[in-house]
Design a protein around this ligand. Structure first.
Ligand code: NDP
Length: 290
């Protein structure tokens, strides 16, 4: 069997086109485009490249982005002041603080300082709590992107066994919540695996939908996949450089063997990654609407 490739890039383009229209409506109604402040602390090359992608996506969608680039040794108090200023600035609808932050900064405290209504990443405890309660909120981008890939690819989750490998606060845990929600677009039975799971392969083989978010390169091999399952690969790993000098990437799934067993699979790159950015832009427009 050769799996259907779930083209996250194409799906993200579709989502971005739709939300560019919503951005234009907001712009027309209030005379000002939705705006996103992107705070980058330090010179981490991967973070710089993610931030570049986010700023470019914003520009393409008619969303204003404000660059707040600060040196790695910026004191924590100065970062708090920066967030406070952006919270109070009526010209800013949404704020994103790029992670990871330098070791001297308490990331949780800084993210909690962002006003929930401007929380572009959907990481604020208020938004996570509202999500848990099924209330209107800004959703975390990567899990929301996975839901969007499944929905737009007509992959039913209702009644299925979903196994998620990884229980992080940003990916696995919120995704488990979204997929197990009482709703026709969710209604899955979810197993959340982690580093203390005994016999990971056994759990994975039971999955109709297997989601890999462990941050371990190619940890999911073909023998761990039930024939005909859908495989969503959230992981991103740099494993070298392409002949053109670009970073060579792989995911948490051994794609070449997995695609022979799965019925549908997301590639890396071009799977979940582009969706994360598209959902960030959606959150920015939603924040602007409020
Ligand atoms: P974290 O490191 O925060 O979490 C990893 C999770 O996987 C933890 O719950 C950990 O368990 C679990 N885990 C680690 N090793 C194993 C193992 N051998 N068996 C079972 N479980 C294991 O990672 P993130 O959630 O932030 O990210 C996961 C991956 O997704 C990374 O590769 C990251 O780069 C990528 N990512 C991609 C995004 C995108 O846009 N495509 C966005 C965000 C992340 P425990 O809790 O016990 O430690």
């Amino acid at each position: 069997m050769q799996a259907r490739i779930l083209d996250g890039k194409a799906i993200a383009a579709e989502v971005r086109a739709e939300w560019a229209q919503h951005a234009a409506e907001v712009h027309k109604q209030r005379g000002r485009a939705p705006s996103l402040a992107v705070v980058l602390v330090g010179e981490d090359p991967a973070s710089k490249s993610y931030v570049r992608g986010k700023r470019k996506a914003a520009a393409e969608m008619g969303i204003l982005s404000r660059d707040v680039d600060l040196p790695a040794d910026t004191p924590e108090a100065a970062l708090r002041d920066e967030v406070d200023k952006l919270n109070a600035d009526p010209a800013i609808d949404a704020i994103l603080v790029q992670l990871p932050l330098p070791a001297h900064v308490n990331a949780d405290a800084l993210l909690e300082r962002i006003q929930p209504a401007k929380d572009a990443d959907g990481f604020h405890p208020v938004n996570l709590g509202r999500m848990l309660l099924g209330q209107d909120c800004l959703l975390p981008c990567t899990p929301a992107g996975v839901m969007e890939i499944l929905g737009r690819s007509q992959i039913k989750t209702q009644g299925t066994e979903v196994v998620i490998v990884g229980r992080s606060r940003t990916v696995g845990r919120p995704l488990a919540n979204m997929l197990s929600a009482k709703s026709e677009s969710a209604n899955a039975t979810v197993t959340l695996c982690h580093s203390a799971t005994i016999d990971l392969a056994k759990h994975c083989r039971q999955a109709d939908i297997l989601i890999a978010a462990a941050g371990q390169a190619r940890i999911i091999t073909a023998d761990m996949i039930k024939p005909g399952a859908t495989v969503i690969d959230v992981g991103i790993h740099r494993i070298g450089t392409t002949p053109k000098g670009r970073p060579k990437l792989c995911g948490d799934v051994d794609f070449d063997t997995a695609k022979e067993v799965a019925s549908a699979i997301t590639p890396v790159p071009g799977g979940v990654g582009p969706m994360t950015i598209a959902m960030l832009m959606r959150n920015t427009v939603l924040a602007a609407r409020k």
